[in-house]
Design a binder for this molecule. Structure first.
Ligand code: F6P
Length: 482
């Protein structure tokens, strides 16, 4: 059984440093953490130290973090020089690659490929090289390495140069831009990212659509040959090598969610939210997102306002619970968006609120138990991203819902490929269309809503994180992984 290494920017644990110098560990959630639990101690997770707490933890334990902090998962955190990390994470990954794949550039946030970009790109290369060096050092002969996401696109290629004996996979958790948009990137950057990913034996995506756009970019930018292999998998031939392309649609973790959402802290928050919603029989439209431009929160609020404008019967009768948790606040464009979300929510409340009704209840402080409480209560879930690799909220709400939920879902979310048949599908730019879908969702008969929720939950849990992870290993290792 070969050793497995996982590499990602954000690891399964993060540390907070208090004034007395004490470190408190907080374990992360997400599909990878659940997925890895299925292979026990066979894996090593290599990640970056993100904040001051993480850096201090690495200084104290430079080789491995304490197993009790990480839930038994061996972790090596890389203390990459701050400027290098910041340029790679903020300056390239979240300002350039994220914007390209989510097709977010628009005035006044336009692409700028100047000398500053070139210097940040060199740091992105150094940050990727630091991961490749650590993986090359840690990997046993013939080990399997699973590299995650747009932060680490160069790692597969760099690692192959250092360790040709390894089996290397890359997984993209974002969409992949179509060629015309991808080619906004300077030519050398566009080629370097694709060639980096093609350094893997297998590159995998959340949906067929993103796999296809990646292949199209390889063909157009690199002149690579795209073929369909014997098992129907896409194969990309470039520079004398062949990379297999896979698709694994990460699902919700039903066992975890059902157990977690029935705990007392969630019950308490459910009661508190009911109080905030107020009004006998009032309906709820719920959204839960990181406050991030691709999530399209502002247009969602405009659609809610349009619902109140056009359908006066809903005034006083519906509350929009909008949980918008701050994200990537080192970047001005994300901070400005966070402010805009609050301002628009306030505008709606100023226009329509009454002494006994607050139309939009906006919460910005991250609280997973409260999110689960909102999932339980939701009559309608609004998931309207401009573009999204998958969107797990769309998959989690139907699983947790107490009495059935109508899902209003963007056609641009990866999840739409699996859930579209039972969701009310919207164009995320179309505010009027989204408002009409909200109205239809609120008016959906109870029996129809219950039947759709059952089918949504079944589709959403078809590939739970443990299976999602093992499928990738099996495909990469060419045999069943156990
Ligand atoms: O969607 C890509 C992704 O890496 C997710 O896997 C994750 O939830 C999100 O971005 C987190 O971003 P950050 O680490 O910048 O908070």
């Amino acid at each position: 059984m070969s050793q497995v290494l996982v590499a990602s920017n954000r690891g399964p644990v993060s540390y907070a440093l208090d004034r007395d110098g004490a470190l408190t560990a907080k374990r992360g959630g997400g599909g990878l953490v659940s997925g890895l639990s299925s292979i026990g101690g066979r894996a090593l997770w290599v990640c970056a130290a993100l904040g001051e707490g993480d850096r201090e933890a690495v200084r104290r334990e430079p080789s491995r973090l304490a197993a009790e902090d990480t839930g038994g998962q061996p972790v090596r955190m890389l203390d990459i020089p701050l400027e290098v990390f910041s340029d790679a994470y903020n300056g390239i990954a979240n300002s350039v690659l994220w914007f390209v794949h989510h097709m977010l550039y628009q005035t006044p946030f336009e692409p700028v490929f100047d000398a500053g970009f070139e210097s940040r790109w060199r740091h992105y290369e150094r940050y990727n090289a630091a991961f490749a060096d650590a993986l090359a050092e840690e990997a046993a002969e013939g080990a399997t390495v699973l590299v995650q996401d747009y932060h680490l696109t160069l790692v597969p290629g760099l690692l192959r140069e250092r360790r040709p004996d390894l089996r290397i996979g890359h997984f993209s958790h974002t969409p992949w831009a179509p060629p015309d948009y991808y080619r906004l990137l300077p030519d050398s950057t566009a080629a370097a990212v694709l060639e980096g990913v093609l350094g893997a034996d297998r590159a995998a995506f959340l949906t067929r659509r993103w796999a296809r756009t990646f292949a199209d970019c390889c063909a157009e930018v690199l002149g690579a040959e795209v073929r369909t292999g014997a098992k129907g998998e896409l194969l990309i031939e470039h520079a004398g090598r062949s990379t297999r392309i896979g698709v694994h649609g990460l699902g919700a973790d039903a066992d975890f969610l059902r157990e977690r959402s029935r705990r007392p802290d969630v019950d308490e928050r459910t009661a508190a939210l009911r109080e905030q919603i107020g009004g006998e029989g009032r309906r709820t439209i719920v959204r839960v997102d990181r406050t991030e431009l691709s999530k399209n929160i502002v247009r969602g609020l405009h659609a809610f306002r349009r619902l109140l404008d056009d359908c006066p019967q809903w005034r006083e009768r519906v509350v929009h619970l909008a949980f918008a948790y701050p994200s990537r606040q080192d970047l001005e464009v994300y901070r400005a968006y966070t402010d805009e979300v609050s301002a628009v929510a306030q505008e709606v409340n100023d226009r329509y609120g009454t002494a006994s009704w607050t139309p939009v209840v906006l919460h910005v402080q991250d609280d997973f138990a409260r999110s689960l409480a909102a999932y339980r209560l939701a009559d309608v879930a609004l998931v309207n991203p401009i573009r999204d690799g998958m969107n797990l909220v769309a998959k989690e709400v139907p699983v947790v819902s107490d009495e059935g939920v109508a899902l209003v879902l963007s056609r641009e979310a990866g999840a739409c490929a699996e859930l579209g048949a039972d969701a009310l599908v919207v164009n995320p730019y179309d505010i009027g269309g989204t408002a009409r879908a909200l109205d239809a969702a609120l008016r959906m008969p109870d029996d129809e809503r219950a039947a759709r929720t059952a089918r949504l939950a079944a589709a959403a849990t078809a590939l739970p994180p443990q299976r999602w992870f093992l499928d990738q290993l099996e495909a990469l290792e060419g045999r069943p992984a156990d």
